[in-house]
Ligand binder design. Structure first.
Ligand code: CMX
Length: 133
């Protein structure tokens, strides 16, 4: 498995509209636009930082994973995404090593990326996303 970079940090927020000023006006990051990923029940907004990005996540439905997270923990870092060269190969290797996969096969994420999540119980309590662009 080849990890290329930290692709993005996913930050759960109650409202992108209210949350984005900190990242633009205070931190000085550009706002790259937002996109709703219907399959994940989230709206995302991206703020590039070097070769990585901050991704704000707002739930689009009460049963969204992000809505559940906000209810339980409040706003904060929701996941860390690693860019990989070959996501199928990475998932096969991690499964072989006994890591609990949330997604056995990649699914569609924001920006046309192919993504898959690893369960926090296998990863020191962090929701890890693999992402191939
Ligand atoms: N980070 C760390 N731990 C998390 C977590 C997160 N984001 N979400 C849940 N957990 C923990 C819970 O606290 C819980 O721990 P305890 O058992 O110690 O209490 C455990 O994981 C299981 O959580 P749960 O509430 O019982 O189960 P959920 O139904 O909330 O499912 C998870 C959790 C991770 C499997 C689910 O949220 C999921 O499939 N996430 C992946 C998809 C996703 O988050 N999509 C949104 C992002 C979209 C994008 O970037 O495009």
């Amino acid at each position: 498995m080849k990890i290329l970079r930290i692709d993005h940090l996913g930050v759960a927020v109650n409202s992108i509209e209210n949350g984005k000023n900190f990242w633009t006006d205070v931190m000085g990051l550009p706002f790259e636009g937002s996109e709703t990923v219907a399959e994940q029940k989230v709206t995302t907004a991206f703020f590039p930082v070097g070769e990585s990005e901050v991704e704000l996540l707002e739930a689009t439905a009460p049963d969204s994973p992000v809505a559940k997270y906000l209810e339980k923990k409040g706003e904060g870092i929701h996941h860390v995404a690693f860019g990989v060269e070959n996501i199928e190969q990475a998932l096969a290797e991690l499964k072989e090593k006994g890591i609990r996969l949330i997604d056995e096969k990649p699914r569609k994420g924001a920006g046309g990326a192919r993504i898959a999540f690893l369960h926090p119980k296998s990863t020191n309590g962090i929701l890890v996303e693999l992402c191939e662009k």
